[in-house]
Design a protein around this ligand. Structure first.
Ligand code: AMP
Ligand code: ZN
Length: 486
């Protein structure tokens, strides 16, 4: 299979021709969500970007095994090696079992991914389902001499590793500078070196999620889970590893080190990183408290929005930026995207009604060629969208009798729109019903917010209970109000 696809590889810091190890098969691993709270739109941007890549690889005819994990253990507060894990903390707050937290937010994540029309991955492994594989990998790293035990916790020996390998290969940082900038923990933990990180962590008595291991009761580090699951399903070296840019410096750097120390090979040939979704220039994140929940966007209940936007408008908004550019979230940008998305959908609807003439005076093939060129140039979806707008203009002009297309031309116009709008960009028609219900509920939520702002709690409760009776549940959080069908 000949490939013209060029991708930007973070590891080599340049665009490279994409050549899979065993064509037509492609192995792709993407770091999935940490399921201790609702995913925000920043997370969604990353998963929608990889959905675009997955869809395009499938469109090119590759047989892709797409693995995206669920992090349901081991991810500690502040991404550290010490302290509480995110699930146990949330479980205490919500008075639930950690696995109830995991279940609740995994279901929520899947619901959101379905609304955004992302294709499910081929395998979706969980960290808790692969404890044995992680323990085996830690054992092997110890045997190979790159990890040590200290009071029941196993640390990766970065200093030893970096004598033989380039530890900072992915981000090209200077290791001396990195050491200088790394906080000395002043003997607070049992690491030998400041850059050492935990592979396996000894469970403190209060820690609920714990498993037996050769080193006593404990739980895996966050980085080892991805190394263990990617190599289990894709082999010790596979084609693509992806995630958000924020993961490159630590999580992915440590994944590479673990895989090298265990298998003596690079885990992935192409490292692809998505850029961040920002709000007024600041990265959207749970910790910054500027996280928009998808539900708040669909209903328009977030204070920064004047009204709700449909899932496909949001998907379209995200695809209008290249995945390696930052994207700033704003009401105005969403309004413009809504217009653009509707223009494209109207053209697709019109296309089904067009009649062929004898002659063609429009050029569809060059639009198709330019769409492939754009996608082959590191998945350049904004350029594809600009080309599809040109196709929409042509469709309108044929409909107005200003241009004409013959039967063959009409077919190629239809397959262009079908391939790129629906299959590759993953957009879909939204029925007026879901769109309108979303707007209607958003409108009612705003009325309730006004009532609450006026301390008219009786009205606020009446609205909540009335919606509940109609099968619509409201959920208040400090970021705003979202809703779901019961
Ligand atoms: P987490 O659930 O925090 O482990 O994150 C899941 C994925 O979302 C990771 O690949 C992150 O890099 C990515 N991510 C987090 N914040 C953002 C953001 N503001 N924009 C884009 N991607 C993000
Ligand atoms: Zn990962």
């Amino acid at each position: 299979m000949e490939s013209n696809l060029v991708v930007y590889n973070t590891l080599t810091r340049k665009k490279e021709l994409f050549e899979p190890l065993n064509p037509p098969f492609v192995g792709m691993y993407v770091c999935g969500p940490t399921v201790y709270s609702d995913v925000h739109l920043g997370n969604c941007r990353t998963f929608i970007s990889f959905d675009l890549m997955y869809r395009y690889l499938l469109h090119l005819g590759y047989k892709v095994r797409y693995v995206r994990n669920i992090t349901d253990a081991g991810h500690l507060e502040g991404d550290r090696d010490e302290g509480d894990d995110k699930f146990s903390k949330k479980a205490r707050l919500e008075k639930l079992e950690p696995m109830e937290i995991v279940q609740k937010y995994t279901i929520g994540f899947h619901d959101v991914m379905r609304l955004f029309n992302t294709l499910p991955p081929s395998v979706e492994p969980t960290a808790t389902g692969h404890i044995a594989e992680q323990i085996e990998m830690v054992k092997e790293i110890i045997e190979n001499g790159y990890a040590y035990e200290s009071n029941g916790t196993i640390y990766f020996d970065v200093e030893k590793y970096s004598k033989e390998y380039n530890y900072t290969a992915l981000t090209n940082r200077n290791i001396e500078e990195l050491l200088a900038n790394t906080r000395d923990l002043g003997g607070q933990d049992d690491k030998k070196g400041r850059l050492d990180f935990a592979l396996w962590i000894k469970a403190k008595p209060e820690h609920i999620m714990r498993w037996p291991s050769p080193w006593g009761w404990g739980f895996p580090g966050w980085h080892i889970e991805c190394s263990a699951m990617s190599s289990k399903y894709l082999g010790s070296t596979f084609d693509i590893h992806g995630g958000g840019m924020d993961l490159a410096a630590t999580h992915h750097t440590n994944e590479i080190a673990q895989s090298q120390a265990c298998h003596h090979s690079e885990p992935a040939r192409y490292w692809l990183h998505t850029n961040m979704l920002t709000v007024n220039g600041t990265r959207m994140s749970k910790s910054a408290g500027n996280g928009f929940l998808p539900g708040e966007l669909f209903t328009g209940s977030h204070p920064l929005l004047t009204r709700g936007y449909s899932p496909m408008t949001v998907r379209f908004f995200m695809l209008q930026a290249h995945y390696r550019s930052t994207l700033d979230f704003s009401n105005e940008a969403l309004e413009a995207s809504e217009k653009g998305f509707k223009r494209l959908m109207n053209a697709c609807a019109l296309l089904n009604k067009l009649k062929a003439s004898e002659v063609t005076d429009v050029d569809i093939n060059s639009i198709r060629t330019r769409c492939y060129e754009a996608m082959n140039d590191d998945f350049n979806s904004p350029v594809v969208i600009a080309e599809l707008f040109e196709a929409a203009r042509i469709i309108n002009s044929i409909n107005d009798g200003k241009s004409s297309v013959n039967a063959e031309g009409l077919e190629s116009l239809k397959s262009l729109m079908n391939d790129f709008v629906f299959n590759v960009l993953g957009l879909k028609e939204e029925t007026a019903e879901t769109d309108d219900i979303g707007k209607l509920v958003g409108f009612i939520i705003n009325l309730r917010l006004e009532a609450r702002a006026n301390k008219d709690y009786a009205t606020s409760d009446r609205i909540r209970n009335g919606l509940q009776e109609l099968g619509i549940q409201l959920k208040d959080s400090k970021e705003g109000t979202s809703w779901s069908k019961i």
